[in-house]
Design a protein around this ligand. Sequence first.
Ligand code: NAP
Length: 328
Amino acid sequence: MTTARKYVLETLFQGTPKKSDLKIVEETLPAIKDGEFLAEAVWLSVDPYMRTLVNSSNIGNTMIGEQVAKIIESKNDDFKVGDYIAANFGWRTKTISNGDQVRKLDRSVYTDDKLSTAFGIMGMTGATAYLAFLDICVPKEGETLVITGAAGAVGSAVGQIAKIKGCRVVGFAGSDEKVEYLKGLGFDEAINYKTMTSLKEALDKACPKGIDMFFDNVGGEFYDTIIPQMNNSGRVVIVGYMSQYNSEKPDQGPRLNPSILAKELTIRGFFIYNWLPRWPEAFKAIGEWIDKGQLKYTESITEGFDNMFDAFAGLFTGKHIGKAAVKA
Ligand code: NAP
């Protein structure tokens, strides 16, 4: 028998998540049975989607999320002691699994220093950047792309992929430090949206040839302002809507159909777990770009399972640059 620690929902999130919405409890795990293994979390992911998806869960359930874990006991021939895996086990230290929906990590790719990338640039967020941008924005050389939430895990990768494809890239982020970070990654323009005076003026200046593609992580005022400024036949991918995740009341925006119709815009939502068969293609390309030095990634690391909530809350205050990860 072994003891696991896990975060359970005390109350559903309302508005900005509070530490008291979650509680750490201990759980005694039974001995593993034939076909099962016991895995111990090494790295845990915090992601914005947890804010929205968890509210369709029930009070008392384990907080959702992906982790990288090491197998410490096994009665399953496909998962040996010492193997590393990525799985949606939630916010918990130890888990018994039969291997269903578990991704065994290839240690020639996910070396000791790259284990946490299995839920970052070489995991869910990297696959989102690659597939949502390339498949839905369909970039052409010389076109202009605007990215919101540009210094985050997804946005920072999208901008670099767009540069590789020969595009002009304009990113919005919430601090001067993030603006410098984006310029260092090769973004043509990076704008601190918290200190700019007018979004429309900032766009006019940064996008002299208009906007061909819009990768939206934030929604709200950005979406309302950018859509009417798109060029004809522009492509928009809606990946997230950070500005509304903590809203307590539904947001009302302007009616944008006249712009969408007249400019024949393509606007499409994207949900990465519907694209699972194409993840290997994304990882192959991203891995090659990283190896060639064309794509860089940053992780904001929080130490300690007990500090997971703080890392999670930081997603909504703009605390992190790149992918937020927790070292167990
Ligand atoms: P992230 O960008 O690393 O972290 C969130 C960032 O959002 C924060 O650092 C903050 O940066 C910004 N932000 C927070 N509140 C904001 C607000 N009210 N207004 C404007 N910006 C705000 O997160 P990520 O993992 O890369 O995800 C980015 C987006 O993609 C999220 O919306 C996420 O839900 C979505 N996503 C969707 C899929 C999918 O399949 N659809 C998959 C992965 C991610 P600033 O300092 O710049 O404000």
